[in-house]
Design a protein around this ligand. Structure first.
Ligand code: KG4
Ligand code: ZN
Length: 387
């Protein structure tokens, strides 16, 4: 079975093709293309939904072509069909599905007229949570493909995809449940109890900013650029583990629940930064190290609390912030020291940040559970929650 997956929930346009062996259920990645919009959003220090939507509309067809070519699924020239063979009503229907995505339609309709259906068995698309206009571009694109090629479709939850990407190299049968999952990204910070694939309960989440958002906003305050996570973690390397003169708060670190709050940390950075006149390189390195450690301390404390309270057999990490080397290292050490019998799964760093391969993996498990939907019924939902 070959799965074509689409991810457009924020500022990355991703398309991946995953093959799943019918016999062994083994996964092989045929392609995984991510077109990042960092260059577009960098000058504003954050993502503007309208601009991100426009970029997705521009990028989706070129990214699809690259993904199909890499997977050797784009039909050779000899197979190019005569556009006149396609009934007018079918093109009309296609245009009506893409009514709100006119820039995308201009590229997708000619592409579909020109190329024969590739050997794809399932389409998976992120329908939430995320930025609503961005989600809709991906969803309408997926609906158009599902309709035109007559391929079944499953909608997938972005948070669940960040969790399930860990099952690309590791069979779920080898993992003990319950698992406690920490999903930390630019838009979300959640601790989730997972009883099995497809069964989740949100234990706690951020009451204001997400951890990745905190990295991004602190970087903006310090004039460091976007996205803040990788820049701050790079700067922080110089003073890792050293006490720094800038002491920042660890909001909610000792509360009895599993919730987070990061906006106070950002405000503390704002005030601390105002007091410093000469913002030397050393100052920036020191404060970067303290920001990173403050975020890591809270994430680790709450994750370990949840893992112990719920007697987790496995701890699963996902989301862009888990690309952070120190978080990976410190959490790993803590788990090995304090709950040595627990397993932990962390995606490799390229799969921590947004990509469509995670959507393909989630799509596979959804299909296994028969969670197909008629393309007509699929809607984007910016506030979709795992359940
Ligand atoms: O999962 P993701 O790619 O997109 C969302 O779903 O939001 O996460 C992006 C977030 C950004 O806030 C970015 O600053 C953060 O992940 N990030 C990092 C690192 N790499 C990306 N944060 C800390 N350290 C990193 N190395
Ligand atoms: Zn994400």
């Amino acid at each position: 079975m070959k799965i074509l997956a689409i991810e457009t929930s924020c500022d990355d346009t991703g398309i991946a093709i995953l093959e799943v062996s019918e016999k062994t259920e083994e996964f092989s990645v045929l392609s995984n293309i991510v077109s990042s919009q960092i260059e577009v959003h960098k000058k504003y220090g954050g993502v503007y939904p309208a601009m991100a939507k426009r970029e997705h509309q521009r990028n989706l067809v070129p990214v699809l072509i690259r993904a199909l070519k890499q997977a050797k699924l784009l039909n050779p020239k000899s197979e190019i069909r005569n556009p006149k063979q396609i009934p007018k009503s079918k093109i009309q229907k296609l245009n009506s599905i893409l009514e709100r995505e006119s820039e995308l339609a201009k590229k997708l309709v000619p592409f579909l007229q020109k190329h024969k259906k590739p050997k794809i068995d399932l389409i998976a698309v992120t329908n939430g949570p995320g930025l609503e206009p961005c989600l809709w571009v991906g969803v309408n694109f997926a609906k158009a493909l599902s309709y035109f090629w007559n391929i079944p479709i499953v909608p997938t939850n972005h948070i669940e995809s960040h969790i399930l990407v860990n099952f690309l190299p590791t069979r779920p049968g080898l993992v003990g449940f319950p698992a406690v999952c920490l999903v930390v990204s630019g838009g979300h910070t959640q601790l989730i109890l997972m009883e099995k694939i497809g069964n989740y309960k949100i234990l706690g989440e951020t009451r204001d900013d997400a951890a990745g958002e905190c990295f991004d906003k602190c970087a903006k305050i310090l004039g460091l650029g976007y996205p803040g996570g990788p820049i701050i973690s790079q700067l922080a390397t110089k003073f890792l583990g050293c006490p720094t003169p800038q002491k920042l708060p660890r909001p909610m670190i000792n509360t009895k629940n599993y919730d987070f709050s990061f906006s106070g940390l950002k405000t503390a950075v704002l005030y601390a930064n105002r007091k410093v006149e000469n913002k030397t390189k050393r100052y920036k390195q020191e404060i970067a190290s303290e920001i990173q450690q403050a975020i890591i301390d809270v994430l680790i404390k709450k994750t370990m609390k949840a893992a112990k309270d719920f007697k987790a057999k496995t701890i699963i990490l996902g989301g862009g912030v888990t690309a952070n080397k120190e978080l990976r290292k410190q959490l790993t050490e803590k788990i090995e020291r304090e709950i040595p019998n627990a397993r932990y799964l962390i995606p490799n760093t390229q799969l921590s940040t947004d990509n469509a391969l995670m959507v393909a993996v989630a799509g596979y498990f959804k299909a296994e559970q028969n969670k197909f939907m008629r393309w007509q019924d699929i809607e984007a939902n910016a506030n979709l929650r795992v359940e």
